[in-house]
Design a protein around this ligand. Structure first.
Ligand SMILES: OC[C@H]1O[C@](O)(CO)[C@@H](O)[C@@H]1O
Length: 519
């Protein structure tokens, strides 16, 4: 996906131009891209905890939940169809990412956003009108295609439209919009669950149409980016567009740079085989492991299934949905903390602090489940207020730890370590791996909980220990390092140094030298 283009720690030039209406418009459309992704994440857990929804689509899960008081609490929601409802979206998003990158390149960002928005709109409408499981799952798959296109094209569009000095903050900004989308979904579920007549879930699923309409119509009104026009050979139109977008006639410097960047990237003939070169071993490893680890923190257990999880341990419906609103709010607020601190304390410090906090919280949650439900899954007495307060506290502290570390850094760090030669290939891997593991966790969680019981939380904490050690030993600090200097960073590293030849570093230094003289 295109997120890598959004943020770069490379020094940014001060081109002339101001913040125009187009750019503000682009920001609104881009935010709806983050919102639709987040909205889907937050909405499914809430609706699957609503009785009317379960009764209509998953009656056997509803019966198990209501009538059988001896049933193992850990397995209350374990249903393949319930998980498929959540997970199908991410599989579809994974598949569509691959098509979306071609559409984005060949037809331009605008049509990619339009197709994403339209598919999403159709999916949301089908879900809202769903009569049976088939409609529900087809709707989710269409939403997934829409998400795949949106996460491919929207950040790219935004990064190309926004003035250079705003680009750096846009990467975390997109993650922030995801958290806003999750919170909106949590809040909407809380209120729609109260609608009498059992159709509140239709409102929850149908409201996804609002951000979808913004993207669909917005993309029709928005112009193509100058970069995309140049990429497709429309140079005069590109110049005119740049003048319009920047609100000045003095665009020559920026225009020349876009042309140079476009030629440089066209000259890259084999991004995938470049990736296999020995000197890119660190980047290849990071593009596979960082998104995989981000999902193996278990964050989506909370984001997808918080209401279900709270119901599992005996919270009432309203309390479960309110708890999701609380975790959603913590998630959003803590992302701001990341934005405020990431360039001061650095990436590694946030990874350590967040990682250790998450380990402690997962162990605490596992232990609390162990004492209350043991291995049988039967509660040994009523839930006390102190118990539920502590549980909520640990889940919130875990979410906060994620939201200022692995959440935004899981995208930011990959985006700042890939040189142009392998950037598109690496970013595609990052998105695909992220979607794949999102799918795996969504698909697996309810059944893992049923089989591993409280030990599931110990497993997540074990993985978190491995991840934190991985950061300690293998990820160098990238704060304030321009992309052009990255091979020096790897060369100096105790482990990765062996993969980077002195020649590679010299070449990079020469490139930088050339850039400084031309600048
Ligand atoms: O804010 C939490 C959300 O952030 C993501 O990791 C995406 O970066 C999602 O998978 C998760 O639901």
């Amino acid at each position: 996906m295109a997120r890598g283009v959004v943020a770069s720690s490379a020094p940014v030039k001060n081109y002339l131009g101001k913040l125009t209406v187009f750019v503000v418009f682009a920001c609104i459309v881009a935010s709806s891209g983050g919102l639709i992704f987040g909205y889907d994440i937050g909405i499914s857990g809430g609706v699957t905890s609503m009785d009317s929804f379960l009764l209509k689509f998953f009656p056997e899960v509803y019966q198990r939940q209501k009538t059988d008081s001896t049933t193992n609490q850990y397995c209350k929601f374990n249903s393949h169809l319930v998980t498929l409802f959540t997970s199908s979206l991410y599989l579809a998003a994974l598949i569509s990412c691959f098509f979306a990158s071609t559409v984005t390149r060949v037809l331009g960002r605008k049509w990619s956003m339009f197709s994403g928005g339209l598919t999403f709109l159709v999916g949301a409408s089908i879900n809202c009108a769903a009569k049976d499981i088939a409609m529900l799952i087809i709707g989710r798959i269409l939403l997934g295609f829409g998400v795949g296109f949106a996460i491919q094209s929207v950040p790219l569009y935004l990064s190309e439209m926004a003035p250079a000095k705003l680009r750096g903050m846009l990467n975390i900004g997109f993650q922030l919009m995801i958290t806003v989308g999750i919170l909106c979904a949590n809040l909407i579920n809380y209120f729609t669950a109260k609608i009498k007549g059992g159709w509140g879930w239709r409102v929850s699923l149908g409201l996804a149409c609002i951000p979808a309409i913004i993207i669909t119509l917005g993309s029709l009104l928005l112009p193509d980016t100058p970069n995309s026009l140049i990429e497709r050979g429309h140079t005069e139109r590109a110049k005119a567009m740049l003048r319009k977008v920047r609100g000045t006639n003095d665009i020559d410097a920026e225009y020349e740079d876009i042309v140079a960047a476009s030629e440089e990237s066209k000259a890259i003939k084999h991004p995938w085989s470049n990736l296999l070169k020995r000197k890119y071993r660190p980047q290849l490893t990071m593009s596979l492991l960082i998104p995989c680890f981000q999902q193996l923190t278990g964050i989506n257990v909370v984001m997808f299934y918080a209401p279900v999880l709270f119901k599992t341990i005996g919270f009432g419906s309203e309390a479960s949905l309110m708890s999701a609103v609380i975790t959603g709010s913590i998630n959003m607020v803590s992302t701001f903390i990341s934005i405020a601190t990431v360039d001061k304390v650095g990436r590694r410090a946030l990874f350590f602090q967040g990682g250790i906090q998450m380990i402690i919280c997962q162990v605490a949650v596992g232990t609390m489940f162990k004492f209350k439900f043991g291995t049988s899954g039967k509660a040994n007495g009523p839930l006390t207020k102190a118990y539920t307060d502590w549980l909520l506290f640990f889940i919130c502290a875990y979410t906060a730890g994620f939201a200022w570390s692995w959440g935004p850094l899981g995208w930011l760090v990959p985006s700042e370590i890939f040189p142009l030669e392998i950037r598109s290939a690496c970013q595609a891997i990052v998105v695909a791996v992220n979607m794949l593991f999102t799918f795996i966790v969504a698909e697996g969680f309810l059944s893992w909980l049923c089989h591993l019981k409280f030990a599931l939380f110990y497993c997540f904490s074990g993985i978190l220990v491995v991840m934190t050690l991985f950061i300690a030993f293998f990820l160098p600090e990238t704060k304030n390092r321009p992309i052009e200097e990255m091979s020096i960073v790897w060369k100096k590293h105790w482990f990765w140094g062996r993969f980077v030849a002195d020649q590679d570093v010299d070449d990079e230094k020469m490139e930088m030298g050339k850039k400084t003289t031309t600048d």
